[in-house]
Ligand binder design. Structure first.
Ligand code: VGL
Ligand code: ZN
Length: 210
């Protein structure tokens, strides 16, 4: 792949895989696909959901609430989640089976307990920047391909921000899976991304974009 192109792997972590705390259905099916994609890219970066135990997105930190409920957190609408991706735990780690030997950098997000961070670029209030944007710009990257978990949350918001920031943005549709809290959320996410001008492609067609 040309040197102006990067692969961004979003939150491919134990807790989002089957058996994990916030398991994405069939999330494990993307692992071999991601490994088949990696050789096409010179620049590969990853994001990592990385929460303190007292994070405000955890239902367990709001008495009387259940995962899936919505609250207002510091003025922003927030879906409550099970405790997941707590910093330093196995759930926050990457699966051993994933080849990480060529990853250039990892961007942690969700560290601030007061605000969630779905996008790999900014928190949900867009107050803090993870450094991913500058990293890509300094590396001369102008095209990004996105894969990972979960399609209807972190993948979607990372792709939308990439596009808004001016990167030519591609989603590899078979290298992502949706949480689908509401049935159809994954399909809606794809429609939203296409409407935003993001190119959606299957991994088998990647060579056409090299
Ligand atoms: C995610 C919900 C909460 C994701 C992270 O990676 O899509 N979803 N934290
Ligand atoms: Zn999270």
């Amino acid at each position: 792949m040309s040197p102006d192109t990067a692969l961004i792997l979003v939150d491919v972590q134990h807790d989002f895989l089957p058996g994990g705390a916030l398991a994405v259905p069939q999330g494990d099916e993307i692992l071999p696909i991601i490994d088949s994609l990696q050789p096409y890219f010179d620049s590969i970066v990853a994001t990592q959901d990385w929460h303190p135990a007292q994070h405000g997105s955890f239902a367990a930190n709001h008495a009387g609430t259940q995962p899936g409920e919505q609250i207002i957190l510091e003025g922003l609408s927030q879906i409550l989640w099970p405790i997941h991706c707590v910093e330093g735990t196995k759930g926050a780690d990457f699966p051993e089976s994933l080849d990480r030997s060529r990853w250039k950098s990892i961007f942690k997000k969700g560290k601030n307990p007061q605000v969630d961070s779905y996008s790999g670029f900014f928190d949900n209030a867009r107050r803090e920047d993870t450094g991913l944007r500058n990293y890509l710009l300094l590396g001369g990257i102008r095209r990004v391909f996105i894969a990972g978990l979960a399609l209807d949350y972190c993948v979607k918001f990372t792709a939308l921000d990439a596009k808004t920031l001016g990167f030519e943005t591609f989603l590899i549709t078979d290298a992502t899976r949706a949480v689908n809290l509401q049935p159809g959320d994954g399909k809606l996410a794809i429609e939203e991304l296409k409407a935003a001008g993001i190119v959606c492609l299957e991994s088998k067609n990647l060579a056409k974009y090299v």
